[in-house]
Write a protein that binds this ligand. Sequence first.
Ligand SMILES: Nc1ncnc2c1ncn2[C@@H]1O[C@H](COP(=O)(O)OP(=O)(O)O)[C@@H](O)[C@H]1O
Ligand SMILES: [Mg+2]
Length: 213
Amino acid sequence: MVGLVITIAQRKGGAGKTTLATQLAVVWARYGARVAALDIDPQGSFSTWVDLRRARLGAKAIGFDFAALPGWRAAQWVDDRVGSADLVVIDAPPHAETEARIAVRVARLVVVPVQPSPLDLWATAETLKMAQDERRRSLVVLNRVPPRSRLTEDIAADLASAGTPIAATRIGNRVALAQAMALGFGVIENARMTPAAAEISALAEEIRGAASG
Ligand SMILES: Nc1ncnc2c1ncn2[C@@H]1O[C@H](COP(=O)(O)OP(=O)(O)O)[C@@H](O)[C@H]1O
Ligand SMILES: [Mg+2]
């Protein structure tokens, strides 16, 4: 058995990498998968969320294996875990080209959060190209999507016309997600009956399916 490595990458900061990485880890773990999560972003937002989580749930009760490391150590760390984890999720840094590339290289699937704005779309091309250069499959996730927006549809069409796979599941602009982040929780834990929880659960399933295919 070899664990599926999923790298969340996007050159642009604030796109939702850490939000998706943390929330997906919680869903997969809660549904019984053995999950390992790695934060290689020097900003350490995933680590901050894990600190909060450890304080609330107990150091050993966060539900998954976690480490924060510099990117150059990522390949070894992942290698040491693919035999025992079902899913390995990596929160990649923005900008840091070399470190992000290492994380892309070890991935089975590169998940790219994109907010529906032209600036985000432009930044995305670079991340998609990196995945392509490394011959890795990528999946764009539209994040922070406002309801009924023409711009979102234009951006989705733009990506689709370039042949970019886009997740069927879109994540709305959900206060529950920001709240869960502030508490060290997953939305499926502290806001179970919300649209945010439904979206994140659907996305977790879709990404797992895409990565195993
Ligand atoms: N779908 C969403 N709905 C509401 N807020 C979001 C959503 N996705 C991300 N955010 C917020 O946007 C900010 C940036 O998200 P983050 O995950 O830290 O991005 P990145 O890791 O790519 O820099 C955070 O404050 C986060 O809470
Ligand atoms: Mg981040």
